[in-house]
Design a protein. Structure first.
Length: 611
């Protein structure tokens, strides 16, 4: 049996919270986890955006694939052999995607990557590029692993595409060509070493090209593909498809500055490295990383520019992450980047350096704030201590705070108690509250993850008595054949709100085909997102597992009698007010008689409830 937690856990960083697993929703941007996966009932639901469904629906929405392809992927990942009819259907679904615009663009990039790689590895035209990569320490295995290529000075890609008779509009939209005023297309990448950029599924979606010739200084050293239908640089991370798999074992991902850093690290045995597109690191990428790993290690160049880039990255992570991802820094020696370190000292020393020089964010800042400061001057020292204490104030562990305060007190011969007093004042100014005694990091994470739940419970207060009765009744009907038979025996029974009535009718159809009820199966049976969301809300109800028929009857009474009466009374009162305004005495008389009759019936039902 396929476990939904295992499948979704490959794409979302999940944490145990009560009976469910929670994490950041992959379908919308959020800072507080509101995405919940119910392992027992095998479905997911986001309290923020309302997305819900079973394991197949998740893959369909997340990977933008069809149902059959989702079935095939789960079967492949789980080692399950599919029946022949599913394999045939999968082929049809794959064919449909291949014929779509996105499918054609991905196929074009795959072909281009193969062409560039062939030119690099097998042709005389690629000799200069091969020599360059060899000087950079690139082995044949690394060239093959990352499918590195070369775009020669001769414009070969356009000629290749013309030979393959690829659609002109697809070529225009691919980003692989530039277009002149006459509408002619020309290869974008010329005389460049090619680094294929892949999506999270390992498909080539863009390229980055490193210029080889130094004759023309007007051209950029690095040239990236423009954004297209399949490539968004703010949401793309180099080597993420490989790194996230390794992170399942190592529990961390390394963030490097450049592609060569990632590739060299891979050659050194560090396969969980990624890099952003160019120099930019975005909030979208932070969200993607947080869904992929519990810990991020930032490893940038050791020079001043690299340290400033680390500072920006830390602030972005601190601003965008929810707190359940640990951030660590690996500070390389000044003037050397990861790629240079590997080339100079070798892969084994690089791996050892990474493991031995991992430091906390506070450790980094205690050193970073010293840059360009003369701490022998009192004013400079005071400014340094003020900045340092603001960072220490954000540390949630009292033990860690005490350790950092002790370090500052010892180094500068200060009174530790005075530093602690100033820390308390700064914490109050910054609105930082002290940690609850005895509360562990994991408890704080769970606390933050469960914070979304009260918001949902608060929203339930706005649900009318009728709708709450409908939800409860439908829950019991779905989970109990006895309740189903009891309610459906009621003459002219129907739900008040259309979505519950629709679920009721679809459930009747579902039971004729399936017999036993399964939340995951019924979610798959529903075609509309609104219905799946409604069913998820019903399944989230905190109801008594022991079925009591008087409770069932109360729900039926509210739905069939009291609520329709209340609605009718409200409608008649509004019409009566309008009739009085128009001085329509005859209509006023008719409506008054009807209102009195309805009020008598309402009193009668209330009297029956009290008896």
């Amino acid at each position: 049996m396929v476990d939904i937690v295992d499948v979704i856990g490959r794409y979302v960083q999940l944490k145990k919270a009560g009976k469910s697993f929670t994490g950041l929703c992959p379908f919308h941007e959020e800072q507080t986890p509101s995405f919940s996966v119910n392992e027992e009932k095998q479905y997911y639901h986001c309290f923020g955006c309302g997305r819900s469904g079973n394991v197949f629906q998740f893959l369909m929405d997340y990977l933008h694939i069809g149902f059959v392809e989702a079935v095939q992927k789960i079967a492949k990942d789980s080692g399950i052999d599919l029946p022949q009819q599913y394999q045939e259907s999968t082929g049809q679904a794959t064919s449909q995607f291949a014929n779509s615009e996105a499918g054609q663009l991905i196929a074009l990039h795959q072909r281009a990557a193969q062409l560039y790689h062939h030119i690099l590895v097998n042709t005389p035209a690629g000799a200069v590029a091969r020599a360059y990569l060899k000087r950079r320490g690139m082995t044949d295995d690394l060239v093959e692993q990352f499918q590195l290529g070369y775009a020669p000075e001769q414009r070969v890609l356009k000629a290749f595409c013309d030979q393959q008779k690829i659609d002109y509009q697809i070529l225009r939209k691919s980003g692989l060509f530039t277009e002149d005023q006459a509408g002619e297309l020309h290869d974008r990448f010329v005389d460049r070493v090619i680094y294929p950029i892949k999506n999270q599924r390992g498909q080539v979606i863009a390229f980055s090209g490193r210029l080889l010739s130094t004759a023309n200084n007007d051209l950029p050293k690095y040239l990236n593909s423009p954004e297209t239908l399949i490539f968004n640089k703010r949401r793309t991370l180099f080597n993420l498809d490989v790194a996230r798999k390794d992170a399942k074992q190592t529990g961390k991902i390394y963030l490097f500055e450049g592609f060569m850093d990632v590739i060299s690290a891979y050659g050194a045995g560090v396969s969980n490295g990624i890099a952003s597109m160019g120099t930019s690191f975005t909030e979208e990428q932070v969200a993607i990383i947080q869904r992929s790993t519990p810990q991020l290690d930032i490893c940038y160049d050791g020079d001043s520019a690299g340290q400033n880039a680390i500072d920006r990255a830390i602030k972005l992570v601190d601003q965008e992450a929810t707190g359940n991802m640990v951030t660590r820094i690996v500070q390389l020696p000044a003037g050397i980047d990861p790629d240079e370190y590997v080339q100079k000292y070798g892969g084994e020393k690089f791996k050892k350096y990474l493991s031995q020089h991992e430091e906390t964010v506070v450790d980094f800042y205690l050193r970073f704030f010293r840059n360009d400061r003369n701490l022998g001057q009192q004013s400079e020292l005071i400014n340094y201590l003020d900045q340092s204490l603001k960072v220490i104030a954000k540390v949630t562990s009292p033990v860690e705070q005490d350790m950092y305060l002790g370090r500052l007190a010892d180094e500068f011969s200060l009174d530790k108690a005075a530093l602690k007093s100033q820390l308390v004042q700064l914490s109050e100014q910054l609105g930082i509250h002290p940690q609850t005694p005895g509360q562990s990091y994991q408890q704080r994470v769970v606390s933050r993850q469960e914070y979304a739940q009260p918001a949902i419970q608060e929203s339930e207060k706005s649900v009318s008595r009728t709708e709450l009765a409908e939800r409860m009744l439908l829950y019991y009907m779905l989970h109990s054949q006895e309740v189903w038979a009891h309610v459906t025996a009621e003459d002219d029974f129907h739900f008040v709100h259309e979505r519950y009535q629709t679920l009721y009718l679809l459930a009747a159809s579902y039971f004729t085909e399936h017999g036993d009820y399964s939340v995951a199966d019924f979610l798959n049976y529903l075609n509309e997102d609104d219905l799946r969301n409604t069913l998820s809300l019903i399944e989230q109800l905190n109801v008594n597992p022991v079925i009591k028929m008087p409770v069932i009857d109360d729900c039926v009474r509210i739905i069939m009698h009291q609520t329709p009466l209340a609605t009718q009374i409200d409608q008649v009162q509004r019409k009566l007010k309008e009739a009085n305004t128009l001085n329509n005495n005859e209509l006023v008389m008719q409506l008054t008689v009807k209102l009195v009759d309805l009020l008598k019936k309402q009193q009668q039902y209330k009297a029956e409830e009290t008896n």
